[in-house]
Design a protein around this ligand. Structure first.
Ligand SMILES: [Zn+2]
Ligand SMILES: [Zn+2]
Length: 332
């Protein structure tokens, strides 16, 4: 099968992914194999490929927002059958037994494995996953339009939850890429007033189209104080900017897997029970809930489509913030 594979981490400018021919993986007991139709690209892929995260295995096929059709099932598979369209997210497997797993925090499992990180992902024609960690997808989404729901959507949704935003509350979003453009639709659905902070005029225009109450740059002052904020951009200096806009008791959630250093904070910015919380991975329940909302709202994903072989170019555009929305690789 064709795959775009990483052999050595390096900057996107050096096109670190190579097109290679690999054996088609065989699903083991309890696993399903998908013939991949689409795989979303994510900022985490950038961090992996450029070596910002320590790499457990190389060579590696990245990609963890995978949509495809089941074409083979392993021994003992009962949930799914050949021909089902499924999604594979970042959470690939957990131990099911550690303290985190047994208290509904499987996203923090010490032995968790992640798709396109510990195991080969979806920048390929086929991918395999334990059936317990695959998700049926809502009807009405093409494979390319469903792909960004699986990480951008789910992580944004978990970030909204952890930000403690309530229906009707005033929410700030910092950065407006693949994740935020889905999160805003959930927040608007919950009746929130959404304030979007981003450098890009194209992103501000998209935010207004999707129901933003106000748009501006990070250094701009929104009218009035906000209840909660989510920072999607991997930029530490946004943390004090976001705290500055929060009302007493407000929480800012950090949605990225990596971030540049957070500058020294004046304690007054944090006092009055303001909180900073990071978001790490997601649970299967997060995915279930977001996929249900995607069907009910219904969420509209904005995608920019690239063929598999152009993964390097797509990720380079993501790095330069030159994608208008969520980048997706399509695989024929
Ligand atoms: Zn565990
Ligand atoms: Zn991701």
């Amino acid at each position: 099968m064709n795959a775009m594979r990483l052999s050595r981490a390096g900057p996107m400018e050096q096109r670190p992914l190579d097109l290679v021919d690999l054996p088609v993986p065989i699903p083991g007991p309890g696993e399903v194999r998908l013939r991949v139709e689409a795989c979303g690209i994510c900022r985490t892929d950038l961090h992996i490929i450029e070596g910002d995260l320590s790499l457990p295995t190389l060579p590696l096929v990245p990609g963890h927002q995978i949509v495809g059709l089941v074409d083979q099932v392993g021994e003992g598979v009962t949930r799914f059958a050949k021909g089902d369209r499924l999604g594979i997210p970042w959470l690939y497997s957990t131990c099911g037994q550690c303290a985190f797993c047994v208290r509904d925090q499987e996203n923090l499992c010490d032995a968790a494995r992640f798709t396109g990180y510990h195991v080969d992902g979806g920048y390929a024609e086929f991918a395999v996953i334990p059936e317990a960690f695959a998700h049926p997808l809502p009807a009405g989404f093409s494979p390319a339009h469903a792909a960004p729901l699986l990480c951008a959507g789910v992580i944004g949704f978990r970030a909204l939850r952890l930000s403690t935003i309530r229906p009707g509350g005033r929410l700030g979003l910092y950065g407006f890429g693949g994740s935020a453009h889905i999160a805003i639709q959930v927040a608007v659905h919950w009746g929130c007033e959404v304030y979007v902070f981003t450098r890009s005029e194209a992103h501000r225009a998209l935010a207004r189209q999707l129901g933003a109450h106000w748009t501006g740059r990070a250094e701009d002052d929104p009218p009035g104080r906000l209840d909660s904020a989510v920072i999607f951009a991997p930029v530490g200096r946004l943390v004090p900017e976001a705290l500055r806009t929060l009302a007493k008791g407000g929480t800012v959630a950090l949605a990225g897997i990596a971030m540049s250093p957070i500058p020294e904070l004046d304690y007054a910015l944090l006092h009055d029970e303001r909180a900073i919380v990071s978001v790490a991975n997601s649970t299967r329940q997060d995915a279930l809930d977001l996929l249900r909302l995607a069907r009910d709202i219904p969420i509209r994903t904005e995608v920019e489509i690239f063929p598999l072989e152009e993964a390097n170019r797509a990720l380079h555009l993501l790095k330069q913030s030159r994608l208008r929305a969520a980048g997706v690789l399509t695989i024929s």
